[in-house]
Design a protein around this ligand. Sequence first.
Ligand code: HEC
Ligand code: HEC
Ligand code: HEC
Ligand code: HEC
Length: 453
Amino acid sequence: MKINQRPLSGGILLLFLIMGFATAQPAGFDENTDGIHAGVMSCYGSTCHGRQESTGVVVLQNEIQIWQDETTVAGAHVRAYKILFDDRSQAIAEKMNIDAAHTAPECLSCHSDPVPASLRGPQFQISDGIGCEACHGASGGWLTSHYAEGATHAENISNGLYPTEDPLARADLCLSCHLGSSREDQFVSHRLMAAGHPRMSFELDLFTALQAHHLEDYDYEERKGLQGGARVWAIGQAKALQNQLDLFGNSDHARDGLFPELIFYDCFACHREISDDPNWRPVVRENPLRPDIRGVPKFNDAHMIMLSIAASSLSDEARQSVDAQTFAFHRALETGIGVDEEITAYMALSARLIRQFQRKQFTRSDYLSMIRNTLSRSTAAAYTDYQTTEQVVMAVDTLLNAMVVSGMTTRQAVSIMREDLEIAYDAVLDPNDYDQDQLIAALDRIAASLETI
Ligand code: HEC
Ligand code: HEC
Ligand code: HEC
Ligand code: HEC
């Protein structure tokens, strides 16, 4: 039983990011009750966000143009609604036995800005897809005041603008769709994937860059401060883990009939071949972060492994506590004893780490040691599952890119890693063909090149 799914999202663009350019609802549209969604039309205007070209003064002003260019990855959010009309979406809806995809709440929850009718302004259109206010919050309270002379960012926030610049708030926002939330319709279950929905993978820093319609220049820094790639990456991993554990432990999405919801586990714990050929190499490999128990589906621990690497920038103890907690969590799942306690403990540990990431200044040597840790053979022993390796390739790409952007190294120095990064990328391109040895060999070579940057 193989999985026929779209390969790693972002695809070639990952490499593009490091080689080419380097610019650097509210958890599901929480209604701010007096918050009317005025609609994208309200943001148009040549003195507002509807310019054809960037002015470079304060904000770009051509945000709408970037957001609506469906031919680029930055235009994904406008495409999200249109995609609901295609054959693939209609087939998914049919299999799920729900309304046509473009009218079904089960799809609109993530493929549009589905505010209730009472909160839609006269220019609001559902066909705008994931419009500005799906991320920046209902503009009812700040549309007319946010550009006034003397208006401050803090005032705008208190009027209902969502703090998308804050890594933790941004993570929660993006994950509400890119991982799912506890809201009834905002979740991609295993059933939905079996009906044809693509797998989802998300990394906050890289995906922010891929959909960027802003510039983190001097003026931006003055207004909002710069967060830097490593902090956004680390907080993104910790928050993804928290939301995943919360959905798994505390939400209505935790179970599906008699079974646990399968989406929380490694896909290849179940989706693999069976053979009695003596030369056949078993898929199951030893993984130092898990008790060595066979025949039990393994929890998808990609974010736990990334969090461990991020924690290594704080201290050896921080990293060890993440690894010990990961092991204890797997153990609890396999014995069925103490699962809730381990979830609670992991949530608390991630919260502590988030607070430390928020305060930490990531230095060049922090970056280098996190990348080295990602590439090291001892960490790579835990890369037994395809989903983890997606995060690995994205982590190396996004951290190297951040080093270039912040002037810690040059694009030229990093370019020698291109070929091996492509090979690493290749090793994770097709989920059905994931080769841990090929990946590790490529990571070894990237590690060697890293010593020269
Ligand atoms: C929890 C949020 C969520 C829900 C609910 C959801 N989707 Fe998606 N969908 C996504 C995300 C996020 C992606 C992009 C995945 C990626 O590339 O990482 C996506 C991608 C897709 C794609 C592929 C788009 C492309 O450009 O290749 C299709 C088709 C799709 N969804 C259809 C549907 C349909 C039909 C429904 C309702 C039955 C639905 N989705 C429900 C979040 C969701
Ligand atoms: C998928 C979520 C999302 C959507 C949709 C979205 N934005 Fe953004 N926007 C962001 C993020 C994230 C940032 C960067 C962080 C920040 O500074 O807030 C940003 C930054 C901006 C900035 C720069 C702010 C500054 O201080 O320099 C402007 C202006 C902006 N967006 C306008 C828009 C407009 C107009 C639309 C609709 C056409 C839109 N955005 C749609 C997430 C989104
Ligand atoms: C309302 C739900 C929603 C929110 C909130 C959201 N996204 Fe998305 N995003 C989607 C859907 C659905 C798609 C898939 C669209 C498609 O491919 O047709 C998508 C696609 C993308 C893509 C393109 C991925 C690819 O494989 O091509 C990027 C990059 C992205 N989102 C980044 C972000 C970031 C960063 C945030 C937070 C600032 C965010 N998104 C918030 C729903 C959302
Ligand atoms: C605990 C075991 C288990 C896990 C974990 C699991 N699946 Fe499945 N999956 C199944 C079974 C069993 C079926 C077939 C059910 C049926 O007969 O309809 C299935 C069916 C599917 C199908 C439909 C195609 C087919 O072969 O029938 C897709 C696509 C799919 N799974 C994707 C995934 C993805 C993606 C993941 C990881 C995010 C995943 N599965 C995790 C057991 C699992």
